[in-house]
Ligand binder design. Structure first.
Ligand code: MHF
Ligand code: KIV
Ligand code: MG
Length: 264
């Protein structure tokens, strides 16, 4: 089985084939997701919330993500593996290089960082050194205390314009994938059409090139709450494999997310 790569994902965008992604934190789920043909697996810092039970993602360490990345990598043969850079692990260009290297050594094929223009030097440096980067704009959970809660971003014109501008600058700096979280459907669609790289949405409507969900939300078992944009795929079946394949089919057919899972 040939592994999904950055060029597979780019081709999928160009051919209008939706990308199906899930978070994963261990080898057993990673293997099952891989066997169901989930294209991208993200070792998300959401693990602070769904594994550790915290109220935010801030206490996650680089060693936490490296540990779970090793676990996930071992479970996969096809899925593209992306690892989140945790809070403050990319606060300077120097710590960014060291910490991104740890995640690549642990088995990631790409690292993800939350933020806009301030990340441009780090992104350019990483890509020049051989580390692919995924951007993350909109609701960036590591800034929850700046936002004053997990809130939809880009509802006002000016803010939407800023997210679009950040996205274009990140693309110029070399990101090869972008996650857009909790932005209005129209804003996400505009950004997806403005970029040549694939855009994966969560709470960003159906106009993006793909979708990602936190696996625990997709199974309806998250410890704290259920975000409006998530769907429990174990509601219609008792079998986890069928739930995952229904999620993938819904994403590929453009049936998920519906308006009830989106913001406008
Ligand atoms: N289980 C889980 N699912 C996630 O999607 C997720 C995590 N954890 N942890 C990391 C971040 C945090 N995320 C969150 C958390 C809460 C909301 C939330 O409560 N959103 C409100 C919308 C608020 C508004 O309208 O502005 C909602 O109703 O969904 C959104 C994203 C997304 N990520
Ligand atoms: C929700 C996704 C995009 C994420 O960053 C995470 O799981 O940490
Ligand atoms: Mg994250």
């Amino acid at each position: 089985m040939k592994r999904v790569t950055t060029s597979t994902l780019l081709t999928m965008k160009q051919k209008n084939e939706k990308i199906a992604a899930l978070t994963a934190y261990d080898a057993s789920f990673a293997k099952m997701f891989d066997e169901q043909f989930v294209d991208v697996l993200l070792i998300g810092d959401s693990l602070g919330m769904v594994l550790k039970g915290d109220d935010d993602t801030l206490s996650v360490s680089i060693d936490d993500i490296a540990y779970h990345t090793r676990c996930v990598r071992k479970g996969t043969i096809r899925s593209f593996v992306v690892a989140d850079m945790p809070f403050m692990s990319y606060s300077t260009v120097e710590n960014t290089y060291d910490n991104a290297a740890k995640l690549m050594a642990a088995g990631a094929s790409m690292v993800k960082m939350e933020g806009g223009m301030w990340l441009l030097p780090a992104i350019q440096g990483l890509v020049e050194r051989g580390i692919p980067v995924c951007g993350h704009l909109g609701l960036t959970p590591q800034s929850v205390h700046v936002f004053g809660g997990f809130k939809v971003q880009g509802r006002e014109n000016e803010q939407a314009q800023k997210i679009l501008n950040d996205a274009m600058e990140l693309e110029k700096a070399g990101i090869q994938l972008l996650v857009l979280e909790c932005v209005p459907t129209s804003v996400a669609k505009l950004i997806t059409e403005a970029l040549s790289i694939p855009v994966i949405g969560i709470g960003a409507g159906s106009g993006t090139d793909g979708q990602i969900l936190v696996m625990h939300d997709m199974f309806g078992i998250s410890a704290n709450y259920m975000p409006k944009f998530s769907k429990n795929y174990l509601e219609d079946t008792a079998d986890m494999r069928s739930a995952v394949s229904a999620y993938i089919e819904d994403v590929k057919a453009g049936r998920f997310p519906g308006p009830e899972h989106s913001f406008e």
